[in-house]
Ligand binder design. Sequence first.
Ligand SMILES: Cc1ncc(COP(=O)(O)O)c(C=O)c1O
Length: 465
Amino acid sequence: MRDQNRMPLVEALQRHIQKGSVSFHVPGHKNGSLVEGQVSKAWEYDVTELAGLDDLHAPEDAIREAQELLTEHYQSEKSYFLVNGSTVGNLAMILGVCNEGDVVFVQRNCHKSILNGLQLANVKPVFLHPEFDEQTAVSSGISQATLIQALKLYPNAKALILTYPTYYGTVYDIKSLIELAHGHEINVLVDEAHGAHFSCGAPFPSSSLGWGADVVVQSAHKTLPAMTMGSFLHIGTDGIEHKRIEHYLGMLQSSSPSYPIMGSLDYARQYIASYSVEDIDFFRDKRNNFIKGLRGAGYEIIESADPLKLLVRLQGFSGYELQEELENRSVFAELADPYQVLFILPLIKKGMTFPFEKALLSMKAIEPSEGIPELILLEKQQKITALRHSFKEMEKKEKGWAAVDEAVGKTAAEVLIPYPPGIPLFYPGEEILEESISELKRLMKLGAKFQGGQKLDEGKISIFF
Ligand SMILES: Cc1ncc(COP(=O)(O)O)c(C=O)c1O
């Protein structure tokens, strides 16, 4: 066992800063000396591949050691620092494992980076629609029954891509899905963007790495104290070709990876590796008091499987309205949906402070009112869907517009993503289903924001002829 309290890259950076060196190298801010004011301190860590600071794309020294500590902590075959978010991890994971033309099962409520990866790899996606989680009122994971049915329909599938946990911190029986897939020699790739902290054990759910997932991608920056974009990719089993994934990481990531981001990843690994039982108890106490205070102030709190996530509802407010009220009082939630806002709590350690009281005080000023937003269950009727055209065919097909009310049965030509939580309603090449149109109308009425949908404000959707 190595010493998980060490931070080889942070230490190398600090040694470099202490030298008070003269910079005749990139970046252009020259160790922050061209940046005025206090903020310049942060620039000092932003250096480049200098002596002693190693190279992310060919690590031999501090970065290699930092990645070895990462590998050991997550008990993977091999783990990597990512400087372009889970976005790049998902792309490299798909390109590094799937071959052109492969049939690939994909959990439908996936992030757009997964969809982009499928297109780049030119595979044939088969979407497996998730179950509806009544407690959180959002989609969760896919059921075993759906996977069994998909295996019967597509016995030659090569990979299964899952999202675990969901943005809302819900989990499902991923162990059985992994076992089922492995029984059919199917690789399991997991977008675990929201689960980098699961390695600290109960009461947090288990990571899919522990259940035998083949490749797992985590956004350290989402739940650990890492800088934005800082993420991890873990190879979980020896059946995966490391070199192929490394090839794509080298291709897709910047040749000037950010040292502040990499240093923060080294710090984040050390932070979670040293997260103790006392820290967990401390976090739990703070969380429970906050929940108690919120409930006392009239809020409805839905606790997710991941204790770091809280769903906050207030009678008389849609999630979007509540988010606005909170922002007016300088309390910023992670996201809002028709029913609630999502808080991501801080994974604090014993003795740390966080302004829970301040938030509570601001939130007490918002009073519940009459009228409860109608909770409509959105169970998808069709559990397995494939694209009508391949990605290559779609590049050549002619497009046009259809009125929202006349679009059912046509083929979508644009992606339409309600934000948050960023799960596409339509995807190019998919048949437009009646249930998707009803959901679109409902979200529009509730004031949801959309990505894509160029002419949505004119009531039109892009379709293929
Ligand atoms: C489930 C999921 N996967 C991947 C991503 C992309 O992660 P990143 O922001 O680290 O690129 C997100 C971002 O919100 C996400 O929610």
